[in-house]
Design a binder for this molecule. Structure first.
Ligand code: FAD
Ligand code: SIN
Length: 542
């Protein structure tokens, strides 16, 4: 087995064919599909497995059941996306999904079975049970383990743990690699690459309450923005309706699959309220359930809403959700006997770095994949369990496109070496909790123009503290990225004067046909924030 280089490697320049930033499913799966004779560097800011992927519970939505089809999966995805999904992207996801999940199984992923056949779970807004899962409720751990085991066996892939990407390197308008800092220590390593992939995951840590691990600080989105890449749909942040309402951080997720198995939401009076909000009750789209829970919390004297596991029966609860039950017991909750207090929290970024259907951004040699990317597949509200599938399908596609990129010319290589040093941005680390509080209050589950204006002004004020630092601490680098991406999210949310999917504004509560378009933000050559839009792609790939 090869050696993994850790943070105590000396500051240096490393030449590779591919630099991949992030070691969740998007980064690892892409690496596995690149030509195995080429040098690949995976750069990851914590331990390899520390990612949202590792914590995924419900499973992977895929049209594998005999009663299912990619067309039915596509229909559910489009419906949940509230008119904002690009149809060709959804077709790619649902049609290529079955093959890529079979491939993951061939790599050694073990999914739960019943009578020898794959067992399929149900989650909100799915017309049928189509979600494969592992160890009941530990799907992410199994997916990450499988991909990591395979990467470890590949002699051409080197993983740089505790190494945080800090700035992308650009020469002649093309991305020629990435500069990263050691964590802790701050020594700078320069990775010069023919192709760079951003696979840094989500933005949950911009919020005070989130299911995401602390690494989810929007770094890749900030890096791509700073080199001029277009970003889209940043106003669409998904709030998961059922995180455990205790003091823990991040918030412990209680999978939507619990409701899929019959779990019920109860308000403080013990009333099942969901049918008042949507005909599909507990199985309504996630944004609808999250807002319903939030509104019942506001009405309750004790601010509490509960998830009742008891309709499942103790045996089913234990066989289907052993990890969740263990965690709840450890935290002093006994779902077999009593409903558990839950709360909606930030969970998933629908938008991100704009790419084509092969992960190519609008900057040459720069690709993006997974939660940090936006191919237009998730629209205004992602269908449950479509995200791991997105990493698998678009990771494989990105690898195929990346493999076709020519090596750097001699001139570009020289420019990469000569790129300006010491341009890494940082901000005071104590801004992080302030940003989280502000985003939760003003760019949260319910927004309005005044709050978004205030958020933007405050973030702009804080951003004056962003400055170049020769060797910043990780938290300082993250604070700068959070501040910048928070500002972009507020700008996109202000721009969209309607409510749709996960973006709900009290001053524009209705969905407006004229807004069936994606909001795009990018940094103009003069350094200003430019906002534009592009129509939803309703064409078909057939
Ligand atoms: P991640 O898995 O988050 O990986 C990002 C990687 O980038 C990490 O390794 C991180 O350390 C690294 N990174 C970040 N910044 C830097 C930097 N500056 N330098 C270097 N490395 C960096 N989806 C489903 O489909 N089904 C589910 O059941 C499901 N359950 C979920 C449960 C939870 C609790 C959470 C949080 C999410 C869940 N999701 C689920 C969503 C899904 O897990 C994620 O969207 C998906 O795993 C994202 O994969 P990714 O590879 O894009 O990012
Ligand atoms: C869950 O298990 O509820 C999370 C699923 C997802 O985010 O897709």
């Amino acid at each position: 087995m090869k050696t993994e280089v850790s943070s105590d490697a000396p500051a240096q320049t490393i030449r590779c064919r591919y630099a991949i930033i992030g070691s969740g499913i998007a980064g690892l799966w892409t690496a596995l599909h690149l030509p195995q004779q080429d040098a690949i560097a995976i750069i990851t800011k914590s331990a390899v497995r520390e990612s949202s992927t590792q914590y995924a519970q419900g499973g992977i939505a895929v049209a594998l059941p005999p009663s299912d089809s990619p067309e039915l999966h596509e229909q559910d995805t489009l419906e949940a996306g509230a008119g904002l999904c690009d149809k060709p992207a959804v077709e790619v996801l649902t049609q290529e999904g079955p093959q890529v999940v079979e491939e993951l199984i061939s790599y050694g992923a073990v999914f739960d079975r019943e009578d020898g056949h794959l067992a399929y779970g149900r989650e909100a807004a799915h017309g049928i049970s189509r979600i494969v899962h592992a160890h009941g409720d530990s799907t992410g751990e199994e997916v990450e383990r499988t991909a990591y085991d395979a990467v470890r066996e590949a002699p051409n892939i080197t993983i740089y743990q505790e190494t945080a990407a800090a700035e992308l390197l650009v020469a002649d308008g093309e991305c020629v690699g990435v500069e990263a800092i050691a964590v802790p220590g701050g020594e700078v390593t320069r990775f010069i690459a023919d192709v760079t992939l951003v696979a840094t995951g989500g933005v949950g840590s911009l919020y005070k309450y989130s299911t995401n691990p602390p690494v989810a600080t929007a770094d890749g989105i900030a890096l791509a923005y700073r080199v001029g890449a277009a970003l889209e749909d940043l106003e669409f942040i998904q709030f998961h309706p059922t995180a455990l309402a205790d003091e823990g951080y991040p918030k412990f997720l209680i999978s939507e699959a619990v409701r899929g198995e019959g779990g019920k939401l109860l308000n403080a009076d013990g009333e099942q309220f969901m049918s008042r909000y949507h005909p599909r009750a507990e199985m309504a789209p996630r944004d609808v359930v999250a807002r319903a829970v939030y509104s019942e919390m506001l009405k309750a004297a004790n601010n509490q809403v509960y998830l009742d596991f008891r309709p499942l029966g103790t045996q089913r609860m234990r066989e289907r959700f052993p990890g969740i039950l263990d965690e709840l017991h450890q935290r002093g909750f006994i779902p077999e006997q009593q409903p558990v207090p839950i709360t909606p929290v930030a969970h998933y970024m629908m938008g991100g770095i704009a790419t084509d259907l092969h992960g190519q951004t609008d900057i040459g040699r720069l690709f993006a994949c997974g939660e940090c990317a936006s191919y237009g597949v998730h629209g205004a509200n992602r269908l449950a369990s479509n995200s791991l599938l997105d990493g698998l399908v678009f990771g494989k596609r990105s690898a195929a496109a990346m493999a076709k990129i020519q090596p750097l010319s001699e001139t570009l290589q020289e420019q990469a070496v000569a790129c300006k040093q010491n341009h890494i941005l940082a901000a005071p680390a104590d801004l992080k909790p302030q940003i989280q509080q502000l985003m939760w209050k003003q760019v949260g589950i319910i927004r309005d123009g005044d709050g978004l204006d205030r958020a933007q002004a405050q973030l702009e004020e804080w951003s004056k503290q962003i400055a170049v630092s020769p060797s910043p601490a990780l938290a300082e680098l993250e604070a700068a990225n959070m501040c910048q991406v928070g500002m972009l999210m507020a700008a996109a949310a202000l721009h969209r004067t309607e409510s749709r999917g996960a973006h709900y504004r009290t001053d524009f509560p209705d969905t407006n046909k004229a807004w069936r378009k994606h909001v795009i933000v990018h940094r103009s050559p003069a350094g200003d924030l430019a906002v534009s839009d592009r129509p939803v792609d309703a064409s078909t790939t057939d």
